[in-house]
Design a protein around this ligand. Structure first.
Ligand SMILES: Nc1ncnc2c1ncn2[C@@H]1O[C@H](COP(=O)(O)OP(=O)(O)OP(=O)(O)O)[C@@H](O)[C@H]1O
Ligand SMILES: [Mg+2]
Length: 472
């Protein structure tokens, strides 16, 4: 039924443990992503059948699945944990889509594994719905990301600070290999497995890369692109530990993530990020820090010499220029400019500076440039008007400016208060209609519809979400 080809499970001992999901009491389908199912070549009717549901809940294994929990390590808030791994996720296997693309199918929240340490191996409904909504919005907007194929409730409760409904997310990714996966073997001095892992990642993600150095360069490029996408949306990942940084460049782990409403460059939401390590404007720096960890892992495969260190350093240091280029492209597009000049940087920064003064709403300012409503978002409207004169002068001869802006600026983002509202309704009343409304609106971020209007609004003072919690 599903065409599995499990290349990771064919790696030798030491990369994973074979672990089946733990069945749940009373699974119910909450959401099924039919367009993604089609993309993967999965049979939608089967997925919607009772057997499909049992697979999505982890109660039965589809033919060809070889469930494993993957080993990884990671730097968490700067400190190294040599042994993390999938503590609450199981990789069912890899499907090869009709076009030949390979995707991991993983259940997140599927019960304990040998990597669970003291955790219960479960997820509660809230983070599952958040990851579903946000990752699918990111995909709709073209940001590299893991995807959400399905969400099911388990009919069981999980204990966080209180009792909460349990859920399982079916996550799809081009792989779940993280910077922390490399760190796992590097920390153990296991050069053989490090080499096998590098070969696996090259074959899978960067087939024309010529070796470890080139692999590093590709990851640097992929991350520069992805982080620029985050910045252009006001997205704050919240927990950019190296175990949450994918070597494919896909955004992974939407635990405490959030989008900013009012523009504040040092914005932090996550309750556990007390020092703002993962603040919005720190994300490119943290990416470099994380990539330096990957570089350290790869040096032994690059000859382990002073030259190898110098080369790895040079590659990591290529990030800022690559990132700046992507940033300029992205923010210039938000102003309607496709072929930015260096002088456009000042124009963009002037606007951001004005936005910061009054914490103008990030999404509405850019969306409002298309319809003349941006001005209303500013504290100092005269300064905005002066800026707009220069901006208009810059774009007046660009015939496609309006279209470029329309594609670069979403009409709406997954606002925190709307996500919280959808979660609260689902949790407290079993009412998934706010979730489904939000899901539909976020999948179509360029279209206006009357029933979606309120989803674009910033929070009222009593709706503001100040903190997101990692109690996932
Ligand atoms: N409820 C839990 N039970 C067991 N292990 C857990 C649980 N929650 C988190 N972990 C483990 O703690 C580590 C860090 O968790 P983190 O929140 O970064 O990841 P995650 O959200 O579980 O998963 P992913 O990164 O795959 O999206 C990981 O090894 C994860 O498997
Ligand atoms: Mg994680």
């Amino acid at each position: 039924m599903i065409h599995f080809d499990n290349s990771y499970a064919r790696l030798p001992q030491g990369f994973f443990t074979r672990t089946a999901p733990t069945p749940v009491r009373d699974p119910k389908l909450v959401a099924l992503n039919l367009p993604l199912a089609a993309r993967l070549g999965l049979d939608p009717a089967w997925l919607q059948s009772p057997e499909g549901l049992l697979m999505l809940a982890g109660n039965t294994l589809p033919e060809g699945a070889e469930p494993i929990a993957q080993a990884y390590a990671g730097h968490q808030f700067g400190g190294f944990s040599p042994q993390l791994g999938d503590g609450r996720a199981v990789l069912l296997g890899e499907v090869v889509a009709p076009d030949g693309a390979r995707f991991d199918i993983q259940l997140k929240g599927s019960g304990p594994t040998p990597f669970s340490r003291r955790g219960d191996g479960r997820a509660w409904l809230g983070p599952v719905l958040r990851e579903y909504l946000v990752s699918e919005f990111m995909a709709a907007f073209g940001v590299p990301t893991t995807r959400a194929l399905a969400a099911v409730t388990t009919g069981e409760q999980v204990i966080r600070e209180t009792l909460l409904p349990g859920a399982v997310l079916t996550r799809v990714a081009s792989s779940h290999i993280r910077v922390g996966t490399f760190e796992f073997y590097a920390a153990r001095g296991d050069r053989d497995r490090l080499r096998l892992l590098a070969e696996h990642v090259i074959a899978r993600h960067y087939p024309d890369a010529s070796g470890a150095a080139d692999l590093l360069q590709r990851v640097v490029e992929a991350q520069a692109y992805t982080i620029s996408c985050w910045m252009g949306l006001g997205f704050i990942h919240g927990v950019m530990n190296t175990d949450n940084m994918s070597v494919s460049g896909e955004t992974i782990d939407y635990g405490p993530c959030a989008f900013m409403d009012g523009y504040r460059p040092d914005k932090v939401f996550s309750s556990i990020d007390a020092y703002g390590r993962y603040a919005w404007n720190e994300q490119p720096n943290i990416a470099v820090w994380n990539l330096a960890q990957l570089a350290s892992c790869l040096v032994p495969l690059m000859g382990d010499s002073d030259e190898a260190v110098a080369e790895a350093t040079r590659i990591v240091h290529s990030f800022p220029a690559l990132y700046q280029r992507e940033w300029l492209r992205r923010f210039a597009a938000k102003l309607g400019i496709t072929s930015p000049r260096d002088t456009d940087r000042a124009l963009i920064e002037r606007l951001l500076g004005l936005m910061a003064e009054g914490q103008a709403d990030f999404t509405r300012v850019f969306a409002g440039l298309s319809n003349g409503k941006a001005r209303d978002e500013f504290l100092n409207r005269d300064s905005f008007d002066q800026w707009a004169v220069d901006w208009q002068a810059r774009i007046k001869d660009l015939p496609d400016a309006a279209q470029v802006m329309a594609r670069a600026n979403p009409r709406r983002i997954p606002r925190n208060h709307r996500i919280e509202e959808a979660i609260a309704q689902a949790r407290d009343s079993g009412d998934y209609s706010p979730f489904h409304l939000l899901d539909a609106a976020l999948r179509d971020p360029f279209t206006d519809r009357p029933e979606w209007d309120k989803l674009a609004l910033p929070p009222q003072p009593d709706e503001v979400v100040q903190r997101t919690f990692c109690g996932t």
